[in-house]
Design a protein around this ligand. Structure first.
Ligand code: GLY
Ligand code: MN
Ligand code: MN
Length: 463
C-alpha cells in the first residue's frame, strides 16, 4: 500500500475532523440549514418593503415538554424558548435573538452546539442576545414603512392556528368579562402605537403558502411518520376484542407510537363506537366495547413536529356483519377511487366526477343512500398541524399533503365509517404516505384472528 505523506495525512485528518464537526452541528437542526435559509429567503421576497418579526414560543408553565411554535420552527429549526426572529426584506438579512445558558439548554434537551455556535448551526447572519432585541428592533422599525408579523395565534403541538383563532373569537363573544387579546393581537396593537408612521401587516399567509408545499426533506420525514402510524394502527386493531375499554386501544396505539420514535400524538386519539358515532372527534375513550360494535379510530403520530392523519374502521369482534361490510366497502371504494385520480392540476369537481365514473364502471349503485355522502374529493392539508394551514387544496399541486378521508355515519344503526390516509401529490400522481394498513374486509378479518399485545401478555401471565 502506498504510504501517505505527512501533509496528506494531516489534510485527511483535518477533513475528517471537519466532517465530524459538520455532522454533529447539522444534527442540531432537523433539516439542513440551507432549507431554513431558503424559507426565510422566500419570506423576504414577499416583504420587499419591510421587516417581519416572528416570536418563538414561551417556556410553558406546566409539566408538558416544550414545543416551539410551528411557524418559528419552520423558519429557523430552533427550539429555544423566548427566541425572536427578524426577517429584513429590505436588506435581505435575518436576525435571531435568544438568551440561554449551556446548563439550561442541557436541562431542556436543546442542542448545546446550537447554543454555542448559533451562527454556524443556523446559518442566520446575525445572532444576538435577546436583551438586544428591543433596541435593535426599535432602530430598524423606525426606518421601515411596513412592519410584518403573524396576526394568527401561534400554533403549538396539537393546535391549528385558524381553528385556535376561531375558538378565541367564540370565547370572547361568550365571555363578556374576558376579552384578553392573544400575544399576537397585543403585539400588533403595540406596533401601531409605537410606530404610528408604519403600516402593520399580517405575514401568516406568506409562511403558510410555503408550508402547503412540502420539500423532499419534509416528505421523507412524513414517510417515516406515516410508517409509525401504520404500525400503531395495525397493532391496535390486532389487539381489539369485545370486553375491552376504548382506553385500552388508545394505550396500545400510544405505546407503539412512542416505541417507534414519535415524540407525541398529532392529536388526542379519537375513538367512536356504539352510540358515539355521530361525534366524529369523540376522544373520551370511555366505552366498553361490545360484541357487534363497529369502531372508528382516528389517530396519528407527531414525529419531529410533523403530523400524520389516519383513520381505521373495523368490527370489535373481528367479523363484519353484512351491513357493516356494505357501508365499509362503499367508503373504501371511494377512498381507492380517489387514489386513482389524484394528480397535479386536478380540481375537486373533476375529482368527484372521475370518482363517480370509476365507481359506476366497478358496478356500484350510486343511487344508494351512502353515495350521497361518500363523494370523491380532497380533505384538509396535513403537515406541521394535522389540520394544516389554509384549509385544504382547491387544485392539486406536487408537494401537497392532505387527507383522503371519506366518511359516512348512520347514527340510528350505531354505525360510522371513516377511511383515512395521508396523501402526497407527486409530479405524476399521488403517494399514500400511510400505505400498509390492512384495509380490505378480508385482510382486517385475517389480522384480527391473531393475538395482539394484550392477549400475548395475558397468555404469558405477564400482565
Ligand atoms: N384527525 C382529525 C380529522 O381527521 O379531522
Ligand atoms: Mn383524522
Ligand atoms: Mn383528517
Amino acid at each position: 500500500m502506498r504510504k501517505t505523506s505527512g501533509l496528506t495525512a494531516k489534510i485527511i485528518a483535518f477533513a475528517a475532523i471537519t466532517l465530524l464537526a459538520t455532522s454533529a452541528l447539522s444534527a442540531a437542526l432537523l433539516f439542513d440549514k440551507s432549507e431554513y435559509a431558503a424559507r426565510r429567503q422566500k419570506l423576504m421576497e414577499k416583504i420587499p418593503d419591510g421587516i417581519a418579526v416572528i416570536f418563538g414560543a414561551q417556556p410553558i408553565a406546566s409539566y408538558y415538554p416544550y414545543f416551539q411554535n410551528n411557524d418559528f420552527f419552520y423558519l429557523t429549526g430552533v427550539e429555544i424558548p423566548n427566541a425572536v426572529l427578524m426577517v429584513d426584506g429590505i436588506r435581505k438579512t435575518s436576525l435571531l435573538f435568544f438568551t440561554t445558558t449551556e446548563a439550561a439548554a442541557r436541562n431542556e434537551g436543546i442542542s448545546v452546539d446550537l447554543v454555542k455556535n448559533p451562527r454556524e448551526v443556523t446559518g442566520i447572519q446575525q445572532v444576538l442576545p435577546y436583551e438586544n432585541f428591543t433596541m435593535m428592533f426599535t432602530m430598524m422599525a423606525s426606518r421601515s414603512k411596513v412592519l410584518y408579523t403573524p396576526f394568527y395565534p401561534e400554533e403549538l403541538a396539537r393546535e391549528a392556528s385558524t381553528e385556535k383563532f376561531m375558538t378565541l373569537q367564540r370565547n370572547q363573544a361568550l365571555n363578556f368579562w374576558d376579552q384578553r387579546p392573544t400575544r399576537e393581537q397585543q403585539f400588533v396593537k403595540l406596533l401601531k402605537e409605537k410606530f404610528p408612521m408604519a403600516e402593520v401587516r399580517d405575514c401568516s399567509n406568506f409562511i403558510w403558502e410555503q408550508r402547503a408545499i412540502k420539500s423532499p426533506a419534509e416528505i421523507e420525514l412524513l414517510r417515516k411518520a406515516g410508517r409509525i402510524g401504520v404500525k400503531a394502527h395495525t397493532e391496535m386493531m390486532k389487539a381489539t376484542r369485545p370486553g375491552m375499554f376504548e382506553y385500552e386501544l388508545a394505550a396500545v396505539f400510544d405505546y407503539i407510537n412512542l416505541k417507534e420514535g414519535a415524540q407525541e400524538l398529532a392529536y388526542g386519539i379519537i375513538i367512536s363506537s356504539g352510540e358515539n358515532h355521530p361525534y366524529v372527534h369523540y376522544y373520551k375513550h370511555d366505552r366498553l366495547l361490545k360484541d357487534g360494535d363497529f369502531i372508528v379510530v382516528d389517530a396519528g403520530p407527531d414525529l419531529n413536529y410533523y403530523d400524520i392523519d389516519i383513520t381505521i374502521s373495523y368490527p370489535a369482534n373481528g367479523k363484519f356483519t353484512p351491513r357493516q361490510k356494505e357501508v365499509y366497502e362503499a367508503a373504501l371504494a371511494v377512498h381507492e377511487a380517489n387514489m386513482k385520480v389524484y394528480r397535479p392540476e386536478l380540481t375537486a369537481e373533476q375529482c368527484r366526477k372521475e370518482v363517480e365514473e370509476i365507481l359506476t364502471k366497478q358496478g356500484f349503485d350510486l343511487t344508494k343512500d351512502y353515495f350521497k355522502r361518500l363523494r370523491g374529493g380532497f380533505g384538509h392539508y396535513v403537515g406541521m398541524a394535522t389540520h394544516d394551514v389554509t384549509g385544504g387544496p382547491q387544485v392539486l399541486k406536487p408537494g401537497m399533503v392532505f387527507a383522503n378521508e371519506p366518511m359516512v355515519i348512520y347514527a340510528a344503526e350505531n354505525l360510522g365509517v371513516r377511511v383515512e390516509d395521508t396523501i402526497l401529490i407527486t409530479e405524476t400522481g399521488c403517494e399514500n404516505l400511510t400505505a400498509g394498513i390492512p384495509r380490505t374486509v378480508k385482510d382486517i378479518e385475517e389480522l384480527m384472528k391473531k393475538p395482539g399485545i394484550p392477549q400475548v401478555l395475558k397468555k404469558a401471565g405477564l400482565y
